[in-house]
Design a protein around this ligand. Structure first.
Ligand code: PAF
Length: 283
C-alpha cells in the first residue's frame, strides 16, 4: 500500500503536479475538509474512470465558510485516519496546508458568488457560507492547477456555485459532480453524520425515503407543490426541524412547478437535534 505524498505548501503540491504532468498524466484535485468517508473516497474512483491518472485530495477545514454559531471548532479532524484511507485507495497526494498557507497575514480578497449562490436554499440559512466556499475553492483550484476537480453532488447548491464561479473567473480546471454515496439504508454519507446519536441515526433515514417517494410520485405526474408540502409535513412529523424541501431546476436551481420544467432536483435541509442534514435527489 503506497502512501500519498503529503504537501504542506502550495509550492510542494505544484511541483508534484508539474512532475506528473511532465510524465503525461492528467491530475484531479479532490477538495475536502477531511473526516473522510466512503463518499469522499468514491471521488477518486470517479476521477480514475474519467481518465485522471493522478489524484490529489486537499484537506482543509476552511474557517471562512463557517458562521460564528456553526461547528468550525467541533468539525471532526481525523488527519492520520484520513491519510490511511487515502493510502488504501492509492491516492497520489494529500494537500494539508496550515491555515497561514491559505490565508497569510494581510489576506484581504473576497469572492462574492451570485446566481446559484442566491437560490434561496442553503444561502437563506447560511448567508455567508458560499462566499467562504467560493473563496477557498477558487484558491485551491489556482493552487493545484489540476486538470479536473471533483465535488460530491450531496452539496448540490455548492456544486452549482463552484461551476458558476469557475466559469465566471475563467478557471481552466474542469469541474465534475459525483453522485451521492449512501449508507445501506439510504442516508447520504456526510462527515457530520458522526454527530447523530443512535436514536437520531435511526430517524435520519427518513430524509432519503421521503426524497425517493416524492421523486417517484412526481415522475408519475402528481402535483409538484402538493407533493413538496406533504414531504415537508412527513419530515417534521418524523422529528426534524425542517429548513426547506424544494423542487428546483437541476441546473439553474430556479423553482419548478411541473416535471416538464425540469430536469427537476429535489433538495432538503433539516435539523435533527443539533445536527443539520442536507440531501437531494434527481427526479
Ligand atoms: O464540501 C466541502 O467539503 C467544502 O465545502 C469544500 C468544497 C472542500 C470547500 O472547503
Amino acid at each position: 500500500m503506497s502512501q500519498p505524498e503529503i504537501f504542506r505548501t502550495i509550492a510542494e503540491m505544484r511541483a508534484a503536479v508539474a512532475r506528473w504532468r511532465g510524465q503525461g498524466e492528467k491530475i484531479a484535485l479532490i477538495p475536502t475538509m477531511g473526516a473522510l468517508h466512503a463518499g469522499h473516497l468514491s471521488l477518486a474512483e470517479f476521477a480514475r474512470a474519467k481518465g485522471f491518472g493522478r489524484t490529489v485530495y486537499s484537506i482543509f477545514v476552511n474557517p471562512t465558510q463557517f458562521a460564528a454559531n456553526e461547528d468550525f471548532g467541533a468539525y471532526p479532524r481525523t488527519f492520520a485516519a484520513d491519510v490511511d484511507k487515502l493510502a488504501s485507495i492509492g491516492a497520489d497526494g494529500c494537500f494539508a496546508p496550515p491555515p497561514e498557507e491559505i490565508y497569510p497575514a494581510g489576506f484581504s480578497t473576497k469572492v462574492i458568488p451570485g446566481g446559484p449562490a442566491l437560490a434561496g436554499l442553503e444561502d437563506k440559512f447560511r448567508p455567508d457560507h458560499f462566499a467562504g466556499v467560493a473563496q477557498v475553492v477558487a484558491k485551491l483550484l489556482n493552487q493545484a492547477q489540476a486538470d479536473g476537480a471533483c465535488f460530491g453532488e450531496k452539496d448540490f447548491q455548492q456544486l452549482a456555485v463552484i461551476r458558476q464561479m469557475a466559469r465566471d473567473l475563467d478557471i481552466p480546471t474542469q469541474i465534475f459532480g459525483v453522485p451521492i454515496k449512501r449508507e445501506a439504508d439510504g442516508l447520504a454519507m456526510s462527515s457530520r453524520n458522526v454527530y447523530l446519536s443512535a436514536e437520531e441515526r435511526g430517524q435520519a433515514v427518513l430524509l432519503s425515503q421521503v426524497l425517493s417517494e416524492t421523486a417517484e410520485a412526481i415522475r408519475a405526474g402528481k402535483d409538484v407543490s402538493a407533493l413538496c408540502a406533504a414531504a415537508a409535513q412527513k419530515i417534521e412529523a418524523g422529528g426534524f426541524a425542517l429548513d426547506y424541501f424544494e423542487a428546483r431546476h437541476a441546473e439553474s436551481l430556479a423553482p419548478v412547478a411541473a416535471l416538464a420544467d425540469g430536469p427537476v432536483r429535489l433538495l432538503v435541509a433539516a435539523r435533527l437535534g443539533r445536527t443539520r442534514l442536507i440531501d437531494n435527489m434527481a427526479v
